[in-house]
Write a protein that binds this ligand. Structure first.
Ligand SMILES: CN(C)c1ccc(C(=O)NN)cc1
Length: 322
């Protein structure tokens, strides 16, 4: 069985995208995350005060995987932990009858205060799953064999609802050719490398290695590239109080591209104006990857493309223009 689920921006800035998922008998709105590998949900195991505003999974003790626990932390310092259940999970009509559902007992403030997000559905490799004593499969790994093709396709949009397709490529969602490159899955992520970047019409050779990550809002690349980009944005500056590069909201932003598999994958300048700041400027969608050690091609990069994640004998990533 193939299927498709919507990906709806959680706010006016596309901070994250939420997709409806049936977990047991509840419908929750989860953040599909190609940068992690746990399916975890807000649950009835948490204090009532943590559940305000959230939909949550009503655990059934009979379905508990006794002695199993999980604990995850994300790049932004947020995290969650809890117990594990085996239950039915349905995404766009694709059913996993005994999926490992990681029910939270505790979540960090970033999640509690984000009342729209009821949990995450990881779509990276199952080798990054945090469940102990036995690592569990992602939803995609669980349903892989029932899909017509061993792939999912990501169609995130700028300030609009997109979709996640499982098992098929939807020709109505892209134009032109799909350009495929081999994925580096050796670290558990959907890894990819670029051989050049461009700012406006000027290209520069460089090696940019990174991961595709639908669960990260912005595009994080090496500092020299970030500096070269904002040098072309009048009035831009690094604002440590805001935590990154900002610029006047009226600024014209040049397009940015990464050359992957010999093809320029373009990010429209418009997408790089992420959101207004509290100080009357606008916050850039391209920021430095200082301290991370690799680039993160998050939603700012992804939302102009249709991106196929194919787990064949050789994992591949396909890029097409929306
Ligand atoms: C706090 N929230 C909603 C987060 C969601 C996702 C992530 C993340 O790094 N995913 N790759 C971090 C935090």
């Amino acid at each position: 069985t193939n299927g498709s689920a919507p990906a709806v921006p959680s706010d006016q800035y596309d901070s994250l995208y939420l997709s409806p998922v049936t977990v047991g008998s509840s419908t929750l709105h989860l953040d599909f995350d190609t940068g992690s590998s746990d399916l975890w949900v807000f649950s009835s195991l948490q204090a009532q005060s943590s559940l305000v505003g959230h939909d949550y999974y009503m655990v059934d003790p009979a379905k508990e995987k006794q002695g199993y626990t999980w604990k995850i932390s994300y790049g932004d310092g947020s995290g969650a932990s809890g117990k594990v259940y085996a239950d039915k999970v349905v995404v766009g009509g694709v059913t996993a009858t005994a999926q490992a559902v990681e029910a939270a007992t505790a979540v960090s403030a970033q999640f509690t205060q984000d009342v729209d997000t009821d949990g995450l559905l990881g779509l990276a490799m199952s080798t990054l799953n945090t469940v102990k004593p036995q690592q569990q499969k992602t939803f995609f790994d669980t349903v892989l064999k029932q899909l017509a093709q061993p792939l999912f396709a990501v169609d995130l949009k700028y300030h609009a609802a997109g979709s996640y397709d499982f098992g098929f490529i939807d020709k109505s969602k892209y134009t032109g050719a799909i350009n495929y490159v081999n994925a580096d899955t050796s670290k558990g992520w959907w890894g990819v490398s670029a051989t050049a970047y461009s700012i406006g019409n000027a290209s520069t050779s460089a090696t940019v290695s990174g991961i595709l990550d639908t669960g990260t809002t912005l595009l994080y690349v090496d500092t020299p590239i970030v500096k070269a980009y904002y040098a072309k944005v009048k009035g831009s500056k690094m604002d440590n109080t805001q935590g990154g590069y900002v610029f006047p909201c009226s600024a014209t932003l040049p397009d940015f591209s990464l050359t992957i598999g010999g093809v320029k994958q373009i990010v429209p300048g418009k997408h790089i104006n992420y959101s207004p700041t509290s100080a009357g400027n606008c916050f850039g969608g391209i920021q430095t990857n200082d301290g991370i050690g690799f680039s993160i091609l998050g939603d700012i990069f992804l939302k102009s493309k249709y991106v196929i994640h194919e787990m064949g004998s050789t994992p591949r990533i396909g890029f097409a223009q929306q």
